[in-house]
Structure formats: structure tokens, C-alpha cells
Design a protein around this ligand. Sequence first.
Ligand code: ADP
Ligand code: ZN
Ligand code: ZN
Length: 856
Amino acid sequence: QTSALSISAEPEAQSPPGWVRVALDVPVPGLFDYRVDRPVRVGQRVVVPFGRRDLIGVVVDLPAAPALDESKLRDVIRVLDDLTPLPEDWLRLSRFAAEYYQRPLGEVMLPALPGPLRKPSSYDGLRSGDGPIARLDERAGRADAAVAKAAAKEARAAEKAAKAAEKATKAAQKALRSAEKASKAAIKAGQLEGKDAESDATEAAAVPAWVPVDNVVDAPVDIGADGVTGPSVDSPAGLDAPADGAEPAGPDAPADSAEPAGPDAPADRAKPADPDAPVDRANPTDPIDPTGSPIAITRPILGRAQQEAVDALATLEGFKPVLLHGVTGSGKTEVYLHAAERVLAAGRQVLLLVPEINLTPQLEGVLRRRLEATAGKDGVAVLHSGLADGERLSAWLRIVRGQARVLVGTRLALFTPIPNLGLIVVDEEHDPSYKQQEGLRYSARDLAIWRARDLGIPVVLGSATPSLETWQHAESGRYLKLSLPDRAQAAAPPKIRLIDTRQIKLKEGLSPQVLTAVSERLARGEQSLIFLNRRGYAPVLHCDACGWVSGCKRCSAYMVLHRSAPQRGGHARHELRCHHCGWQERVPPACPDCGNQDLQPMGRGTQRLEEHLAELFPTARIARIDADSTRRKGSAHALFSQMHAGEIDILVGTQMVAKGHDFQNLGFVGVLNSDAMLFSHDFRAPERLFSQLMQVAGRAGRSGVASEVFVQTGYPEQPLYQSLVKHDYDGFARYALDERKAAGLPPFAFQALLTAEAPELAQAVGFLAQARAESEDGMLEGADEATRAALARITLYDPVPLRVVRVANVERAQLLVESDHRPALQHFLHEWGARLPALASAARVRWHLEVDPLEI
Ligand code: ADP
Ligand code: ZN
Ligand code: ZN
């Protein structure tokens, strides 16, 4: 059909008969024309035939003439009118995201809608006007009806109770009046409350099969020399950087990255391309209950820096990106709340993006309590990928209809139509979870900046360790920088010390200093946290006799040794698991190569560490929080609650414990094995490491406990660690940016990554080589001026295999494209990207193009 991405400027009605141009979520680029015999508007949804299926699409244009011969046009099956047309600014955002990230428009638009609104089956056999929205409203109506019925019953009782006829009549009249009034109130309230009550209940009860925290969190082990890396292709969550201001061509957004190498990444590749897709529902993690963790209900008196930040935000008008740089515990949330209240008081809506709602459940409670005063009862809606369809639809509708005024959500919430948006806040803007790692590989943070610019509203990016892209923009004056240098509550920041492991003998990976600190805290009744970002028992099983190691048969990665939960009446068993493809197998009784029966675990993961600590501190209560220990529903909640309640003395944890939780009685944090990330092949690894360590350190000393953090390292002189000891983000950023500048890396360059997958590496590399050649000759031939100019600013590197080249028997390679000029890169990608499908299908490879990749 047509590939034109044209969208008319104003939603307009068309008189029938006519044609509609529709965006569909299909793996075919372009838009699709249909004939329609009813009036339709741009932004309306339609059911159309596509191949042998029916699909729901969004009308993006009303062309004067169809792009196809009229005889080939098919008819729109149904025009859906249960929703006001999707607003123009939402269409602009979608179009921008599709163009910028080089994906079909339908792949942006449709996944952004709640499931029931994009499934034709929701409307099958229904009369016009019926459907999921009508059902939801009807349920709300039934709630009203129930209220009215109760009132009527009251009326009857009153009637019966009345003795005197006159009195009875009067009472009945009165009761009927009140019934009528109640029913009216209920109808009105029902639009807000009936279904909200329901959705709240479900939100609370159905604790989400939520983002596989594990995937996002622990670092994976790969077969590469430096030990710890993320699978480059599949990690489920990611984050990225922002934008700048001037040119229309780029969100300006830059990429950045601290990301969590998805360690555990997801074995499955057949993921849906939903913006919120990456949820692995088979792997539920429960939200953590705030019990035990203090919730600010009252409104604290702002500190000086907070007040200055609030005042500065109050003066903003129009588009302005603001970096709120505040150390952990500095009270950034309070600043967001004040800014939000102002915007709400002016009658507008607020979007607050957070990385992972399930890790910070307190936040939702705080926001509801605080903002409902201004936003109205049930004025706060929450969206994340763990919600059931109905819950998501209900929250989404409340925002779209303007009934809810604050939307708190994870990255997918960015794509919600918000009719009267006045402020966007991106909390923990550096967090990798803002980057979607498959399908539409977008950065919610970058798009938030684009959206704010498009709407002419402020956007606040908050972080203790901003992405270097954001920091660079703040330093250059493009973003307004506001700082909260101190903790809000008088607690001193933890003292950070480096333990030089070159000088000492470690005992099971633990230095004497760390062991001493743990016993001292134990004696004082304080808690300790040992941070090791590697789950499992040991990263590899090994034969001393012949050198055999436990490799995965399907991947170029080690199988990780895991201790599984003890069977009933039996012992804990060990097994081997591949963190890349999910393969599991029994531990072989003897070396498969030489028969040696004494196979040894090499290195250590959280399970082994927990075991050693139990031997070393037999009276201590020890627990572990990682993706494995929290797999069962409710277990993460239970573990965090125990920690908050002081029922745990020593906690072993991966990155999962680094976020969100303030442990009031935590006096000591020991960090093991962080060096692996120092020398990673990924140029963003140090940035992630610094951010992670600052975050872990921030867990300690929240309440007056004089706290210490010991970091074991073989490289204490490294500038990263030197900055860490001084809590000196600025120093770290200066150094890291100098390095990036010298190397010509982001944020001083803009990148895109073409990745190919095939049964054989040679195929993948062959395709990439062809793609590269295409940019050199194919594209130059007959190129216009602009394309030639763009090409002159583009560098294409050699195709290289991925670190973990084979996953689940598929071999992967990638080609890095770089430019010092974002518009040039965009121009190039559009021309080049259009040529790739033909090349790829000839080479029989799967491929994807990622703009502003986080992991290289
Ligand atoms: P951040 O997000 O910057 O790490 P939080 O917003 O979580 O910090 O605030 C840390 C703690 O300090 C919270 O318990 C919060 O209620 C408290 N707090 C924030 N501002 C103030 C204030 N002005 N006075 C006292 N306590 C405050
Ligand atoms: Zn052997
Ligand atoms: Zn594998």
C-alpha cells in the first residue's frame, strides 16, 4: 500500500463515501488505505480486513485519493466511535517516535492503546456503541444502580415505619427524594468512583506479574573474558537519554545509558513489540509492600535547597528541561510534589514517569495521599505493564477523559493521550528501564523531552547520578540545573571506603575488613547488606583435571550453577542454568570430558555467598534478595518487610536491593566484585557502575545510624572509585565526559546499531557487510544533495560478532553507525533503512535497527 507517513494537520471529518489511511500494527512498513461509507475523523479507530484477519487500526489521514487502484481497495468493516478521536498531539508524538526510531507508525500507535481497544474480538458481534468501554461504563453504572437500590430500600423502610398515613406519605416522599438525589450523586460519582473502586481493588489484589525484576537486575555472566556483560540483544529493560532543544529533526535526544545489563535476560525472543512488552509474566515478582517503610503523610517543611528548586520551577513557562540533581535522600519527591500541585491547581494534568513501580510501592501511596488534595479524589491514575487489561483500560480512560489528573507510570505511560498535560517529571532519569529493548526501541525519557517541547511545557528530570547526556546538557546550559546537595533528614551520608584487595587475602570473597564490620554491626544490633550483582551459586562449574567448563550447548555462554530449593525431605540440589536461553540441566555426576568426579564451582554468586555467611555468622539471621529468591509471588514483599522490620541481620542482594528502599537500621554495606564493570567492553559500563554504587550506598544511614560502605576493589586508584569515595558525582562526570569527548563517543556523537541474527555468524556478518557496502555505493548513486551531505558525516564501522555471539543457536553480529550530527544520522537512517529489508530477505537474516542504543 502506501508508505507515505503523511498525517493531516487537523482532525477533520470526511463525508462519505471516501477513503481512510490507516496505521496498523503489522510487520509491514507503511500505511494502508480503505474505502469507508460513513463519516470518519482522523484519530478514530476502525476495524479493517488485513489479509485474512480483521485488525483495529488508527485513521491517520483522509486522503483525497487512495494510493491504490480503487478496485483493489477493501472496505472498512466498522468505524469505532466509543472513544473521542485520539488527539492531534498524540498523533504527532507517535509519528515522531515512528520516524525517529525507524519503525512503522502502527507499531507505535496500537501498542500504546490498552489491549481491549486494539483487539477486534472486543467488538465481535456487538452492536455499535457497545464494546469494552461501554462495558466498563456499564459496570460503573451498575454500581450506581446498586446505590440507588439501597436508597430505594431505605425509602421503603421509611415508608413502612411510618405510622400515620400523612406522616408515612411525607416520610416516603422524603425518602424518595433522597433516593433520587443519591442516585444522581451515584451516577455522577460512578463515572469516577464506581470503576475506580474496582480498579483500585484489583490493583491492590492482582499484584502484578510484573517486570521480571531479575531480568532487569542482576548482571549476567558471559563467556567473555571480563566476566560480566549483558546479552546485547535481548535485555528486557533499558533506559536512555534526552533531548535538546532546537532542532526539529531530533528529539535531541540523546542516548545514554546506564543500563542494567540484563543479566538474566530473557530467554525468550519472541517478545511482543509492545511498549510495555518486556514483561515476563511467567516470572512474577510481587510488588513490595510498604509495610515497615515509613510513608510521609504529612507535608514536611522544605529545606532551603528544596525551596529554591520549587521556586525556580514555579517561574517556568513554556518548554524547559530541568535537571533536578539531588543526592539520594535529598527529598526530590517533595520537589516534584510541589511542582505538580501548582500545575494541578492551574487545572492541568501531570505525568510522572518512574522506572519500576513495583520496587517503590511507597511512592504510589505518597502520591495518592498528597496529590488527591489537589487532583481530586481518585485523581491519580497508575499505569504499568503489570496491570490486567481491564485495570489498564480503566486507568487509561480516566486520564484520557480528564477524570484523573495525575498519571504515574513506567515508560509505556509516556504514550498515553493526556488532553491537558502541563508538566512531565522523569524520576531517576538515568535508569535503564526507560529504554525499551525490543520492538520499538524507544527511550521514554527522550520522548518525554520531545513531548514537553512539542506541548511547550516544562519537563523535570530527577537523579542523584544523571545520565552523562543529561549532565552534558545541564552543563552547557541547555537544561536548567537545580541541585539538592544534602540529605533532607539530618542523617550524615555514609562513609565510603575502598578495600584494596591486592593487599589482602579474601576469605570466600570477603575481606577481613568487611567481616569485621559485619560482626561489629551484628553486635550493635544493626543490619548489614552485602551487595553482589551476580545471582546463582557460582558463575561456572569447572573440572580441575582437564579444564572442562560448563558451557551452554545452545549459547556461547557458561551455564550458571544454581542451588534449587530443597525438595521435600531431601537436600538442596544443584543444577546448571543458562541465563541467556533459559536452558536448565542437572549437574553432571562426573566431568563429561575426563570422568573426574570432583567438579568445582568457580567464582561465587549470591547463593554461595549466603551459604558462607551462614557458616561465618551462625547466629545471624541471613536472607537473600535476588531474582531467584523473589520468584514466588509474595516473596519479595515478605523479604523486604522482614528487612524493614529488623528481622534480618545480614542481607545478601543484587541490584534488586539497590533501588527505592530506605532501610532505617542499615549500618553497613559491603560491595563485592564491582571491578568487572570497570573494564567492560561497553563504554557505558562505568557510568552504570558509578550510579549503581551510589544507589547502593544510599540505602544505608537513612536514620541517624552512622553508616559505612566498603567497596572491595583491585583498582582503588581508578578515578571512578576516587570520585565515589568523595560522593563526587560532578568529579566523576567531568572525568567520564572528558574520556567520551576524547574518544568521540556519546554524548559527543550519535549512534545507531544494526543487529543481524542468523543460524551462522557468517550469514549475519555477510548481511551487515552488504548493508555497509550499500551505504557506500548503492546510496551514493543518484543521491541528492542532502543525502550526500549526510553521508559525508556518517561513519560505519566493521561488522562484529556480539560478545555473546550465539544465543539459543542463533548467531548475532552488529554494525555500528555513528555521526557527529543527529539530523545527518537521521537522514542517513531513513534512506539506508529503506534499503535494508530487501538485503535482509535475500541474506535470510533477522535484523533490527536501534537508534541511540544503550548497550554496544
Ligand atoms: P530522594 O528521592 O531525593 O532520594 P526522597 O524524596 O525519597 O529522596 O526523600 C528522602 C526522605 O526525606 C523521605 O523520607 C522524605 O519524606 C524525607 N523528606 C523530604 N523532604 C523533607 C524535608 N523537607 N524535611 C524532612 N524530611 C524530608
Ligand atoms: Zn575433566
Ligand atoms: Zn543458553
